[in-house]
Unconditional design. Structure first.
Length: 270
């Protein structure tokens, strides 16, 4: 794939972040519905959902990796291909029989997927101007939320037409194709740097500084509060079977309809 001759347009980041969006769609819509259809209780689905979404919080542990040795586009590709491989492994386990192992594997895959988030953020700072960085950040939200809506619908559509292992292969194939996109991004070679010396301490100081910042204090509190987590969102598909709503209903109402509404409101200006 021939690299671009100049910095990419901000909208390109909506494609680079799509692997994360696809996992969001799986975790928040398709997986809870499939587990409910497999006979798991809503309480148990809630426990599983809380665990598999922890990488969004704990990803700070692995995020320093994208700043060392390799280009960030390489780490982005690693995170994307790793996400695809993980999906191939845990999709056949979706159900009641292997719930514990499935949960552990989805959690591990989520930690790998967080490399996509960290690498995209690093690429923005590395190759985009200060003017384009906010636009790229807006486009990543398009990729995460819009991609999540469409991928959740895709998984539900596949799950009613083929076996879960086959649906997992299709899901993984789409994710893997996205893994080739980062290599089209022009990025200079990274400067020599130590592995982790002082990095975690620096991150800790930055987080503490953010928490102590008076202008950002209330925004940080809102971000960390339960009302901003959307913790119950993944339970809506889990209770759908109790109200007679099938996979097609969840697909159209919770995913495709939501995607159309969100894009109509939040589509970034070109």
């Amino acid at each position: 794939m021939c690299p671009l001759r100049r910095s990419p347009a901000p909208w390109v980041f909506s494609l680079l972040i799509l692997p994360l969006g696809m996992i969001v769609g799986l975790n928040y819509t398709a997986l809870p519905f499939l587990l409910a259809k497999a006979g798991l209780s809503v309480d148990r689905i809630a426990t599983i959902s809380s665990i598999i979404n922890l990488p969004g919080v704990l990803g700070v542990i692995v995020s320093p990796i994208v700043d060392i040795k390799l280009r960030r586009r390489a780490w982005l590709a690693i995170g994307t291909f790793g996400t695809a491989i993980a999906a191939c492994i845990y999709f056949p386990l979706i159900g009641a029989s292997h719930a514990v192992l499935m949960t552990a594997l989805i959690f591990a895959g989520g930690m790998v997927t967080f490399l996509v988030v960290a690498a995209c953020g690093g690429l923005m700072v590395r190759i985009l101007s200060l003017t384009d960085q906010p636009k790229a950040g807006a486009w990543t939200q398009v990729g995460v939320l819009g991609g999540g809506a469409l991928s959740g619908a895709m998984v539900l559509w596949l799950a009613v037409r083929m076996s879960l292992p086959a649906a997992g292969l299709c899901f993984a194939a789409v994710v893997a194709i996205l893994g080739y996109l980062p290599f089209a991004i022009p990025e200079p070679a990274p400067e020599p740097s130590p592995w982790f010396h002082g990095r975690l301490a620096t991150i800790g100081r930055e987080i503490w500084g953010l928490a102590r910042s008076r202008p950002r204090r209330w925004g940080t509190l809102l971000l960390l509060s339960p009302c901003a987590t959307g913790a119950a969102q993944s339970l809506l598909p889990a209770i759908a079977p109790h109200y007679g709503v099938g996979g097609s209903g969840v697909m159209w109402i919770n995913r495709l309809g939501g995607a159309v509404r969100w894009h109509s409101v939040h589509w970034p200006a070109r």
